[in-house]
Design a protein around this ligand. Structure first.
Ligand code: NAD
Length: 694
């Protein structure tokens, strides 16, 4: 905790002790200071972060009634949590709510925020850390917002298939330039301190120690509110809003098609219709939010939110791994090492190629830049990332990650060499994509502490890591690796040492089917469009080019060799491209020409279901097989892994949720039809007939 903040909170707690109110064990504390200023501190009991629940709102209402009866000179609303102001609404409570209950709850909540807004003394929200969703909406109901340096404001509801529901759609466009307000709500993007000040969200930015002086300044009238809302007047005319809305709809349609993501479009509609009428806008906000909450999109996106949380919670504690050594600084090793160093751990890296070690440092600088690290954070990251050609770090490391070339003899040699040098109790993990861990057991130092850590490329953008156990991997090793992944901000899913684990096992049939369709003469743009229309973030042909056609061929060959069921024939075109050195993006030429940047898929919407089913059903079938054969522990984990590793249409809830919604019988039947038409690679897995799980 920031020292000054800690002081303040203790100080205010002391003040509160001398004050009159405060139901002792509630979510809020209230007290008056010696200047007659009321401090209302949100500090949710039994939780480390603040979220806005029904109980929090009810209690706030009770406090406000008392405050109304005896007004302080000003009311300051702030958080008692070191972590930040408030993270948003209590999503657990929202998840199962029906439309009528949601409308009732929102209407009551609006009443509470209106009461805060209507107080006849000045109200000031003091925000440190994140003020998101309903937390930001609480701050918006105050007259002023003071940002403590480092504060962040955002309305990310759109990521859950919703839009703000506690007055944000009304108050933000009143406070700042309406188009910027709409952009924030449509994209769910956050405004950090400086930007928040520039936009007019924060009236002042101060350090904690100047807070009292800042509040005194506000009370002396030094912060002028009169200029606010000037820009809103330009959009008081419905014709001006209609024009802007047309542009917004066009942009929204490109990134979030209305069929898949109704929320942004609903938000644009209510603003275009009611943007000049506060009362109507509020009613429309409530009705629209309650309606969106019932959509499959929102239910599935909320489920994805829960799945992410569940994967994070797979780690029972913070873990014990501090020092890491990475063997191999190629495409993956460099990314893995840089990412781990960025998360605060010490990393040494060995590679016989000095060039690779130099490139790793450049890659680390690039990742820091891409993830908006400042100069100090970048320097600290580089301090922790140590090229170590002789591998001295191996002896000190709690975890050694092998990321050498995908060649069995070389890996066996690397493992044997490490075995002699690793410290007692350290874990050895391999990032291999296609080799079986169990084939290396005779070469590793300690079987129980040997496992897989399968990262995806690029590590900084794909949050999933498969934590792979072979038969002899110890439970403790798995638990330590799950905790390690969580500690470095990645999402772990435990999988078994089966060919392709889960993600490549499921993704490969999809990629290969796309290439087989091309072999049949269907244009690649059309194939990619089918997948995009389904909701995948990228078409399969583009994805194959991105991954590298040589890597696709390697993984496909190794999968076909090791699986009993045929996953697909390997398309002739793939072999031809690789033989010609056309490896995809990295060589400038693959199925697409990459010399002018990322290719654009065609925009046609008229793609038949047959094409989509041929691409998507093999992926579903593979996930089903992985659950049935316990490669992955549950439907939920399979769905989460596919969403967070491949971007599988999150609004569909993942492959197995999609299959369940479509009906297992129908999926089974379609696979039978495809098997008849195209061969045994479509043979339905036994899962569809047996699965009784939900
Ligand atoms: P790469 O060829 O880019 O890198 C391998 C690195 O290992 C090179 O820098 C090479 O100099 C170094 N090396 C060679 N011999 C070594 C030795 N004896 N000791 C230490 N380093 C040595 O390969 P990559 O694409 O980074 O793949 C590495 C591993 O990661 C493979 O097992 C691969 O299956 C896996 N993987 C790759 C991807 C991907 O998309 N590239 C994704 C997931 C997993």
């Amino acid at each position: 905790m920031d020292g000054k903040l800690a002081d303040f909170l203790t100080e205010s707690t002391l003040e509160l002790g001398a004050a009159r109110v405060a139901p002792g064990d509630g979510h809020w504390r209230f007290g008056l200071d010696e200047d007659g200023i009321g401090w209302l501190v949100l500090d949710r009991k039994d939780a480390s972060v603040n979220t806005i629940s029904d109980a929090v709102l009810r209690e706030l209402d009770t406090h406000l009634q008392t405050i109304e009866a005896e007004l302080p000179r000003a009311l300051v609303v702030r958080s008692g949590k070191a972590q930040g102001f408030a993270m948003g609404a209590d999503i657990d409570a929202l998840a199962d709510m029906d439309g009528a209950a949601a409308r009732r709850l929102l209407t009551e909540a609006h009443g509470v925020f209106d009461r805060l807004e209507g107080l006849s003394c000045p109200t000031v929200a003091v925000v440190h850390g994140p003020a998101l969703g309903a937390g930001f909406e609480l701050a918006l109901a105050c007259d002023y917002r003071i940002a403590i340096d480092g504060a962040t404001f955002g309305l990310p509801e759109v990521r859950l298939g919703l839009h703000p529901g506690l007055g944000g759609t009304v108050r933000l466009p009143e406070l700042i330039e309406p188009i910027s307000a709409m952009q924030m709500m449509l994209t769910g993007s956050a405004a950090h301190t400086k930007k928040a000040r520039k936009l007019g969200i924060a009236d002042l930015v101060v350090e904690e120690r100047h807070l009292r002086a800042a509040i005194a300044g506000i009370l002396r009238g030094e912060v002028d509110k009169r200029g606010r809302g000037l820009m809103a007047r330009a959009f008081a005319l419905s014709s001006a809003r209609a024009l802007a809305a047309t542009r917004m709809r066009r942009e929204a349609q490109k990134v979030a098609p209305q069929d898949h993501y109704p929320a942004p479009h609903a938000l644009i509609d209510i603003w275009a219709q009611h943007g000049d009428d506060r009362k109507a806008m509020r009613q429309a906000e409530i009705a629209s939010f309650a309606g969106l909450l019932q959509t499959d999109t929102s239910r599935n996106l909320i489920r994805a939110f829960f799945l992410r949380r569940k994967l994070k919670q797979a780690a029972v504690d913070a873990g014990d791994i501090r020092d890491v050594h990475v063997v191999g600084a190629g495409v993956m090793g460099a990314e893995i090492a840089a990412w781990i160093a960025m998360q605060g751990m010490r990393v040494t890296v060995s590679d016989p190629d000095d060039e690779a070690l130099g490139a790793m440092i450049r890659q680390a600088m690039k990742i820091c830049k891409d993830t908006h690290k400042n100069a100090l954070e970048t320097r600290d990251t580089l301090d922790r990332l140590m090229p170590d050609p002789m591998g001295h770090g191996v002896a000190r490391a709690d975890l050694v990650i092998e990321v050498g070339p995908e060649k069995p003899e070389l890996k066996a040699q690397i493992f044997a060499d490490l075995g002699a040098r690793m410290k007692k109790g350290a874990i050895l993990a391999s990032n291999t994509s296609s080799l079986r861990l169990s084939d290396f057991l005779e070469h590793v130092p300690a079987k129980a502490r040997f496992a897989g850590l399968h990262f995806f490329n690029p590590v900084s953008k794909i949050p999933l890591v498969e934590v792979v156990s072979h038969d002899k991997t110890g439970k403790e090793t798995r638990a330590r690796l799950l905790a390690f992944c969580t500690a470095i901000g990645r999402l772990p899913v435990a999988v078994a040492d089966a060919p392709g684990y889960l993600v490549n096992r499921a993704l490969m049939p999809y990629l290969l089917e796309a290439l087989l369709l091309m072999d049949e003469g269907i244009e690649k743009e059309r194939i990619d469009r089918a997948a995009l229309n389904f909701g995948m973030p990228m078409g399969p042909v583009t994805l194959a080019d991105q991954v590298g056609l040589d890597i696709c061929l390697d993984v496909a060959e190794s999968l076909t060799k090791s699986l009993n069921t045929p996953i697909a024939e390997i398309p002739a075109m793939l072999r031809e491209k690789v033989a010609a050195g056309h490896l995809g993006r990295k060589s400038g030429q693959g199925f697409y020409d990459w010399t002018d940047g990322t290719p654009k898929p065609e925009t046609s919407n008229s793609i038949g279901d047959e094409l989509t089913d041929r691409l998507v059903l093999p992926m579903l079938n593979a996930c089903a097989e992985c659950v049935r054969t316990s490669v992955v522990g549950s439907n939920d984990e399979a769905d989460a892994a596919m969403i967070f590793a491949t971007g599988f249409a999150p609004f569909r809830g993942g492959p197995l949720r999609y299959a369940r919604n479509r009906g297992h019988d129908e999926v089974h039947q379609r696979l039978l039809e495809l098997e008849k038409a195209h061969g045994p690679r479509f043979k339905p897995d036994a899962y569809w007939r047996n699965d009784k799980t939900t």
